[in-house]
Design a protein around this ligand. Structure first.
Ligand code: ADP
Length: 193
């Protein structure tokens, strides 16, 4: 199966989840946030334990269990009728997060556009993540040291993913704007594709 896909790309705290959730409410779009899939696992399951181990250090979960879990999730959403691959565009947030993941998903994803939510002020990302920690119960959002590690992991392992794809697909979006302005910039492109 090959899924028509929009990728939301950017550092932790850039607003991928906020935008993804909104896009996922539009008929014909299905939002999947990889971090949410991990957080929905039972803490005492095998992958749940791996997730807690890596995410609490601000590191990426290894590629194989990540991609396997993702496939499993998408297949179960298809079976239960939440996702209709023939009609829906998949809005992916948080995957692929390494070049190896992008390679592993190359035959599965038919990428129609990539929205690169970039923020010029790293401090703003840290502030957003800390604010979010108060609202959502996230171990990886709580400690400043872990947040810094996640931003470093992003620079080292995730940012190179952008170069993996055809640059004509990449739309640069200023993530420092208000959420409604970010949404407006994304939708302006989405209606064209
Ligand atoms: P954020 O974008 O704020 O870092 P996410 O909810 O997307 O938050 O991810 C939380 C954590 O889950 C990551 O720090 C990482 O440990 C793990 N994770 C999520 N997606 C992936 C992925 N595609 N590959 C590896 N680890 C992942």
């Amino acid at each position: 199966m090959n899924y028509r896909t929009i990728l939301l790309f950017g550092a932790p705290g850039a607003g991928k989840g906020t935008q993804g959730k909104i896009l996922g409410t539009i008929p014909g779009f299905f939002h999947c946030a990889c971090g949410e899939v991990f957080r929905s696992l039972k803490a005492d399951s095998e992958v749940g334990r791996i997730f807690i181990e890596y995410s609490s250090r601000g590191e990426l979960v290894p590629d194989r269990p990540t991609v396997k879990l993702w496939h499993h999730f998408i297949e179960s959403c298809t079976k239960t009728g939440r996702f209709h691959p023939e009609q829906d565009t998949l809005v992916l947030d948080g995957i692929p997060r390494s070049v190896h993941q992008a390679e592993m998903l190359q035959d599965t994803l038919n990428v129609a556009a990539i929205f690169y939510l970039s923020c010029k002020r790293p401090d703003a990302l840290v502030e957003r993540i800390q604010r979010r920690a108060l609202k959502e119960n996230r171990l990886d959002d709580a400690k400043l040291e872990t947040i810094r590690q996640r931003l470093q992991t992003y620079e080292k392992e995730t940012r190179p993913v952008l170069d993996f794809y055809d640059q004509a697909l990449v739309h640069h979006i200023d993530a420092g704007q208000k959420p409604v302005e970010v949404l407006f910039d994304i939708l302006r492109q989405v209606v064209k594709i």
